[in-house]
Design a protein around this ligand. Structure first.
Ligand code: GLU
Length: 487
């Protein structure tokens, strides 16, 4: 196994068959943190041998997503490196050559079994309650048998010969792991059309790219003995085998594996919803790993300083949207106003709240401090600030109905009368005036008093603090809205 003298080389190797999701990103983050913690290298490799499912667009989006999250890599797409290319689709000849070498050395063999024959035999195995998998039929074909298959026009797949025995390795998270080979049947390396399978490509690349540590999802654990078999066939010195660390699953709150239903949607979705990259990284960093305390906040720098694989929890982690949201709110509150502004503007522009003029931006900037405490997702800025930019308020039906009822009408009329002569239009004066009239004189509870005013002025029962909102909106527009609300 890897000794301390080797430079640490970690890889992140997704197959972008869609947008990267929570599980992918947690793996990427741990790979990154481990590489940075050890002062090693992070290699980013795209596993795109299945070009029907992995598209250029998904690849471009994967790269963009990692960049957005603040992750960087030392070798891979955009940066190059000494062991490229880093797209598997550009390395097909390498896999073919190795498969041919394995054939020549007797580590692999041509298998002529058809899909139907394999299926029929698998059915038999099921009936007899035998372990499923290839039965070794083509392992030792005679020259005559081969000639016969060839005469039938059959094209062979290349299959790896799995010797008797077992594979053992030490997983940095799971400890000692053993796989008996009777459960690891001979496996396909190359399809009949000459395309490589994942197990071949991943193992060959990890060797050629001198990867020392494979941190990846637990779903790939069972593939490990096959990959180790490929290393053997490549005659890699066992001292140079990568060390494995299989990260436990991320579960949804209902204890099922993450899926669309319970949160595992693409990172692109989180971005659209207004989750900040630093919140996503913070949350995912502590999902199944901790530096040994129960902190909920961690910066990327602290993650790099403190990350060790040994502290990854070996039991599944549970994804908790509420917690992520709380962290996102914390990160929003930690932003400087200029940073908050820079991150809010894209949402306001996309939702057509503003067109981007300097005047509008100045208004947004003055309004941000009053909502910074109140939102958990950046996309909430739209609903919060829209009232400042519309000519005509559009009311939610429920709010509009409430506004038409008593005592709302009465309240709005009294507020209007009281504020008309207010000299200094600032939130403190507005508040003092409205409290005096609506609470003290009318004897209303705050909710009944301020609710209708809020709806009249902002169009909704959810808004930034009322008096500050009215100050921002200005006297003229505030009074006009109160007036318009009186039937
Ligand atoms: N490309 C594989 C996947 O996305 C992961 C490869 C690996 O980490 O070994 O599932």
């Amino acid at each position: 196994m890897a000794d301390n003298k080797r430079e640490v080389r970690v890889r992140f190797a997704p197959s972008p068959t869609g947008d990267l999701h929570v599980g992918n990103i947690r793996t990427a983050l741990f790979d990154w943190a481990y590489a940075r913690h050890t002062g090693g290298k992070l290699i980013f490799r795209i596993e795109d041998t299945d070009r029907e499912r992995v598209t250029d667009e998904y690849i471009a989006r994967a790269i963009e997503t990692l960049r957005w999250l603040g992750l960087d890599w030392d070798e891979g797409p955009e940066v190059g490196g000494p062991y490229g290319p880093y797209l598997q689709s550009q390395r097909l000849e390498i896999y073919t050559e190795w498969a041919q070498t394995f054939l020549r050395n007797g580590d692999a063999y041509n298998c002529y079994c058809s899909t139907e024959e394999l299926e029929a035999r698998r059915e038999k195995q099921r009936e007899l309650n035998q372990a499923p998998g290839y039965d070794g039929k083509c392992r030792d074909l005679s020259a005559a048998e081969i000639a016969d298959f060839q005469a039938q026009g059959r094209l062979p797949v290349i299959r790896m010969r799995m010797p008797d025995g077992e594979t053992r390795f030490t997983d940095l998270i799971r400890g000692e792991v053993a796989f008996e080979h009777k459960y690891v049947p001979d496996f396909v390396l190359m399809r009949a059309d000459g395309s490589p399978l994942y197990t071949l490509a991943v193992a060959v690349d990890d060797v050629l790219m001198k990867v020392t540590h494979v941190l990846r999802g637990e779903d790939l654990l069972s593939s490990t003995p096959r990959q180790i078999r490929v290393y053997q066939a490549m005659q890699l010195d066992p001292a140079d085998y990568p060390v494995f660390a299989h990260l436990p699953f991320v579960m949804g709150q209902d204890n099922a594996k993450l899926s669309k239903r319970n949160g595992e949607v693409s990172i692109a979705w989180y971005r659209e919803q207004g989750f900040l990259p630093e919140a996503i990284c913070n949350y995912l960093a502590l999902l199944g790993w901790s530096p040994g305390d129960d902190r909920e906040n961690i910066s990327m720098q602290e993650l790099v300083e403190l990350f060790t694989v040994e502290r990854v929890n070996s039991s599944p982690a549970r994804f908790d949207m509420k917690k992520l949201e709380a962290i996102n709110g914390d990160k929003i509150r930690a932003l400087t106003i200029d940073d908050f502004l820079a991150r809010a503007l894209p949402f306001l522009l996309k939702d057509d709240v503003i067109s981007g003029s300097d005047t509008e931006i100045a208004v947004v900037k003055s309004a941000l401090p009053i909502i910074q405490e109140r939102i958990a997702r950046m996309n909430e800025v739209t609903a919060m600030l829209k009232f400042l930019f519309v000519e005509q308020l559009s009311f939610e039906p429920e709010s509009e109905a409430k506004l038409g009822e008593e005592p709302s009408q009465h309240v709005v009329q009294r507020a209007l009368d009281a504020l008309r002569d207010l000299q200094n239009w600032n939130h403190a004066e507005i508040e003092a005036k409205l409290r005096a009239v609506l609470l003290d004189e009318m004897g209303l509870k705050p909710r009944l008093a301020f609710g209708p005013v809020r709806i009249a002025v902002t169009g909704s029962h959810i808004s930034p603090p009322l008096f500050e909102s009215m100050e921002l909106l200005g006297k003229e527009r505030s009074l006009a809205r109160l007036q318009a609300a009186v039937r």
